[in-house]
Ligand binder design. Structure first.
Ligand SMILES: Cc1cc2nc3c(=O)[nH]c(=O)nc-3n(C[C@H](O)[C@H](O)[C@H](O)COP(=O)(O)O)c2cc1C
Length: 300
């Protein structure tokens, strides 16, 4: 997730309990392919040992740039490449990327083929049901499945639905059928409103044909969501301290403002008596040193 699953937060999650596979934030292929943007792209693609196995997610609309970026990813330590054909962000869509690919299927195929022929890594796709109507999946998903991607992650909403309506779990059986008919070797990953591991296992019992379950915003509610563990307040505070230390470690090489770091505080300081007061104090800080001072003095 953009602005979330960076090299720092992934290490925090790995400490709490990692998923089977991590995905990076998405990196723009034209940024990687340009002299000006490459350093920034490589910064986003830096990984830590505890990240592995990890998939690099990329987006863009230029087939040659997909190829150029994919050529680099194996040597950077990734286990696979995921093409983002689902992002609903208006800037991304205006640039022809993310969910805009749903409306330019020929270009989507060209980008996929260019990516696949440029790397030995498995190439997967993450997308949505369609642009405006959920029923579009009946035409759109076969376009992708005909390319036999290593995996297909389906966020069970349309671009227009953003994340504002419940995920369309009712369409899962039909999506499984399409996968089985067109490309049985493609791993099917379902995404949208899956809270945690227990929820994923419940879905797995109902639909054993699904190969994976992707959790996004579940980490905001519980950074231990990939485990069966319910964290204590002290464990969450430990994660916060770890995040602060990682921020200090990476800030020299990675652009991450202290203000951005503050977005994460709510993940750790939540749902315990005194959490709101502590969070309010921490939101007023401007440095890691001050945050540490407040945490040390906190009386719960
Ligand atoms: C802050 C934020 C950033 C996101 N960035 C990405 C991204 O870079 N790539 C991607 O495939 N999806 C991204 N997503 C979408 C999620 O991966 C996921 O598809 C969506 O939130 C629905 O799943 P969930 O209900 O488990 O969160 C992002 C979502 C959020 C909230």
């Amino acid at each position: 997730m953009e602005g979330v699953t960076d090299i720092m937060f992934r290490q925090v999650i790995a400490h709490a309990g990692r998923p089977d596979l991590f995905f990076t934030e998405f990196t723009n292929v034209s940024s990687y392919a340009s002299d000006k943007g490459r350093a920034n792209a490589l910064e986003r693609l830096e990984i830590a040992p505890s990240d592995k196995p990890i998939i690099a997610q990329i987006w863009g609309k230029n087939p040659e740039h997909f190829a150029e970026t994919c050529q680099a990813l194996e040597s950077l330590g990734f286990s696979g490449v995921d093409l983002n054909f689902g992002c609903p962000d208006k800037h991304v869509n205006k640039a022809g990327g993310g969910a805009a690919m749903i409306r330019t299927p020929d270009l989507a195929i060209e980008c996929f083929r260019n990516a696949a022929k440029s790397t030995n890594l498995p190439v997967s796709v993450k997308t949505r049901l369609g642009w405006s109507q959920p029923e579009e999946f009946r035409e759109w998903l076969p376009v992708l499945l005909n390319e036999h991607p290593a995996a297909l992650t389906v966020h069970l909403r349309t671009k227009k639905e953003m994340s504002k309506v419940p995920a369309h779990f009712e369409l899962i059986p039909e999506i499984i059928k399409l996968r089985d008919e067109i490309s049985p070797e493609t791993k099917l990953i379902i995404n949208g409103d899956i809270k945690d591991r227990a929820h994923a296992l419940e879905l797995h019992t109902k639909y054993p044909e699904i190969d994976g379950f992707m959790i996004g915003r579940g980490v905001f509610a519980n950074p231990y969501c990939f485990t069966d563990h319910t964290p204590t307040r002290d464990e969450l505070m430990e994660l916060l301290k770890m995040h602060l230390s990682l921020y200090e470690k990476y800030i020299a090489d990675h652009y991450a403002s202290y203000e951005t770091l503050k977005h994460f505080f709510k993940i750790y300081i939540n749902n315990f008596p005194g959490a709101k007061e502590l969070r309010t104090k921490l939101m007023e800080t401007h440095s890691v040193a001050k945050a540490r001072d407040i945490i040390a003095k906190a009386s719960f």
